[in-house]
Design a protein around this ligand. Structure first.
Ligand code: GLY
Ligand code: MN
Ligand code: MN
Length: 447
């Protein structure tokens, strides 16, 4: 099997059937015969009449490809077509959601509702229902006893890691959209633009409003590349542009791409490190084997990083000693990657089974978000990094291991910030499919 390169509409009905069956089976295991899912509500800002951007309940968009419909509900009931209660309030300040007529709606009963009371009436008595959503009080008013019940959520969160054909296809498209943004961002960077300018080129090329992206794009120049989740945009370009790290995604039908690239315009030690990281990132991807635990892959990456640090002369001890003393942590304090899908950091990364047993991150690598075995139809990221983070370097310099570091070389690398290279990987027929590299190749580049 490979990803079916077809209009996602051709794959949607089967997806909906599979996902619906999973939710209803999990509900039945809890003694319920229906599931009510709220889309969520707009949240007001403190002492203000504005709202935060709306973020839909991921369980809602798992079923229907709509992300901008507050105060709406999905009702799944065994033996019935899924129903959507779509909120269309009388409102002349805002434009209510229009009734969708895209092909996916063929599989739905769609009811427009103008108020919560309307929705209540359509839902009826909630005694046999489970509820998923933030509106717990509302659920109680409907007589629903089982609200966001952990054993139910564990079951559906566990299976979310295994993608349907539709999900694989839409995530492939999300990668293609993000790659358009990355190519535009690279051109803007080469043109000497500021972080702000580059971010705007990125969004323009993806066709996203900022709130439609799965997360705010990280666009970092020079030292800022060392801030793992750098959240600012400098409005002016720096006097000297040495490096750019851009971690930016795209959404398609509610599913995320999450891609990072690092660039330098210089030659010398930083460029050499970037080439080494590129090589090792690809090597770790080619190391992926179905059945291996992701945490082992993470540990192997630290060995690879240790070799890079020794070969570059940054550290003067053996890779084994670096690992034993956890010295690579100072240069790579985040995890190798995470599950990806409806959410950028998708749920269930520690879950070992549908019952909800978990395997925590190893003590040595507390930031790792994924400890599951690698299995068919999973999609996850591989995103090794190598950073020069002043805070962590200060700690290393104050430690008993300070003499293992070439501090002059490290000082010369701090102005470049760091490196992260992140691809989205799908496991299909036991093979590793690199959604990100494939999308760059399809766009005619070799990144
Ligand atoms: N963009 C956040 C991450 O890569 O995990
Ligand atoms: Mn990521
Ligand atoms: Mn990322």
């Amino acid at each position: 099997m490979s990803i079916k390169v077809t209009d996602p509409d051709n794959l949607y009905s089967e997806h909906l059937q599979q996902i619906t069956a999973g939710y209803l089976q999990a509900a039945q295991d809890q003694g319920a015969s229906a599931v009510l899912i709220s889309s969520g509500s707009l949240k007001g800002c403190f002492l203000d009449d504005h709202h935060y951007p709306f973020v839909v309940n991921p369980h809602f968009k798992a079923l229907a490809p709509v992300t901008d419909v507050p105060d709406s509900f999905i009702l799944l009931r065994a033996g019935e077509q899924p129903a959507m209660l779509l909120s269309q309030p009388e409102d002349y300040w805002h434009k209510p959601a229009s009734t969708p007529d895209a092909p996916w709606t063929r599989d739905w009963q769609i009811h427009a509702v103008t108020s919560l009371e309307d929705a209540h009436n359509l839902v009826g008595n909630g005694q046999d229902m489970l509820f998923i959503g933030e509106e717990t009080e509302l659920a109680r008013q409907l007589g629903i006893q089982q609200v966001n019940q952990a054993s139910f959520l564990n079951q559906v969160h566990f299976s979310r890691a295994y993608k349907t054909d539709y999900e694989l296809r839409v995530m492939q498209i999300a990668n293609e959209i993000a790659v358009r943004g990355h190519l535009a961002a690279e051109a803007a960077w080469l043109g000497g633009e500021s972080e702000f300018g580059i971010a705007h080129h990125y969004l323009g090329a993806t066709g996203h409003r900022e709130q439609q992206a799965p997360y705010s794009a990280i666009v970092a120049l020079n030292e800022n590349c060392a801030v793992l989740h750098y959240q600012h945009y400098e409005m002016q370009p720096p006097a000297e542009i040495r490096s750019m790290l851009i971690d930016a995604g795209a959404s398609y039908r509610g599913y995320a791409a999450d891609i990072t690239r690092t660039y330098t315009s210089t030659r010398g030690p930083f460029a050499d490190l970037l080439a080494a990281m590129e090589r090792e990132q690809l090597a770790i991807i080619s190391d992926i084997r179905t059945g291996d635990n992701y945490a082992d892959l993470h540990e192997k990456m630290h060995y690879r990083l240790a070799h890079i640090l020794r070969d570059a002369g940054i550290m003067n001890c053996s890779p084994d000693e670096m690992i034993e003393r956890n010295l690579t942590f100072s240069f790579l304090p985040h995890g190798l990657g995470h599950l990806l899908g409806l959410q950028t950091h998708d749920v269930g990364g520690f879950q070992q089974n549908p019952a909800g047993d978990t395997q925590a991150a190893p003590d040595k690598y507390p930031a790792l978000r994924l400890t599951r075995p690698i299995e068919e139809r999973q999609v996850f990221t591989i995103e090794p990094g190598l950073y020069f983070i002043p805070m962590l370097l200060r700690q290393l310099k104050a430690s008993a291991d300070a003499d293992k570091v070439d501090w002059a070389l490290v000082e010369s690398l701090i102005p470049f910030g760091g490196i992260r290279i992140e691809d989205n990987i799908a496991i299909i027929d036991g093979k590793t499919v690199n959604l990100t590299r494939d999308a760059f190749a399809a766009a005619g580049t070799g990144q």
